[in-house]
Design a protein around this ligand. Sequence first.
Ligand SMILES: [Zn+2]
Length: 455
Amino acid sequence: MRHQRKSPASLILGILLLFTVGGIVYLYNSSLFERIPPTITVEKEVDWNLKEPITVHIKDNRGIRFVRAILSDGEKEAVLESREIKVPEESLDLNITFPKTGFGANKKVFELRVEAVDASKWNFFEGNRAEAKSIIKVDTKRPELSIIGNSYKIMKGGAASVIFRAQDDSMKALYIETNFGKKFYPTPFYKDGYYISLVAWPSRVENFSASIVAIDKAGNISKSHISYFLQDKKYKTSTIALQDKFLDGKIADLTAEVSPENNGLERLKKFKYINEDLRISNEDKILKVTSNVPTQMMSDFIVKTFYPLRNGKVVASFGDHRYYEYEKVPVSESYHLGLDLASNAQAGMQTSNDGVVVFAKENGIYGNNIIISHGLGVYSLYGHCSSYLVKEGDSVKAGDVIAKTGMTGLALGDHLHFGMYVQGVDVRPEEWMDESWLKDNIFSIINAAKKIIDR
Ligand SMILES: [Zn+2]
């Protein structure tokens, strides 16, 4: 068989081709010639109060060789930054500040354009280029805030109202901050830009102060302190000696009912479990259910005095601080967050105001527990019921009988545990059962504010 011999020229050509292809493959895969442009991270839209610089993050695996930032007002451009980086950096932050040259005076909206080029040899040694744009809205004006009216005083353990005006084209947050960390949220009131809120001073907190806070999207903040006359109130403290009959009766029964896994606990541990752990989880549930605040505009808030149990005799007060001891040794403590009322066994209890049943379930120490929302973040609570006459989601009318009193949960005798809540905070039910308190703190404040708003 004859072999066809290759000429030397075609051999050289073949070798050259091999080198060229190899070279291209090499270049294509070499990090020196990588083809991934830098990533530029900046918000698509920024509301800017000019106080803090706008930070732009730029990253590139090969290293950043050049950056440029340009601000345009639609007619003119200002170069904020343009620089070559001698030793390419893998990541870089540009801190954009507004030019102090008078550029963009009277303009509110700008476009920020950021360009970055990496140190790759790709693109005929030019490198990979990236560009990002951002709309900048300059806003240095604080929200307008003014108080129209508020309750004259607030009592420790009680509630108070405030009506105010808050205005900003791009409001981000509006709330009432307090000295104890709780925020209260207002409801739009009567006309655009006006708000109403109730606030509460928890009975376990020594002092009270509240300020309205308005923050716009650019971060401009306005604050307005609400001046209430602070009325202190001393709540009763008492020491209760725990009896074996109670521990082995109600406490053992309740444990078996709500958490049988704790049946084996020693009797005082069982009491601590019921009085502390279970109580906390029950109150947590109540907090969640009673924290919602309506966001729909309201023009009035008409409430009748609460009178949940006909001829109900007060058997325990709101705010009582109870210490428990066993054979003279302190064991535990608790706060009583409602008013205990008793009349006949299995007496009908009524809601004195319209509302929506937001909770009707077994709830540990509260037993069969009903909670009704009345609007403006106001809730009424009924504990230890023997039976329900309403269910969750029901709308109720003032005067409706909603349940029968009983002794479910941590109750020794048949009674109603009646609680009132303002945005999750338990407040003195006595205020809501008092016509003149309602008039001074709600009706007259609303009526006076409407007159001012209508002027
Ligand atoms: Zn009670």
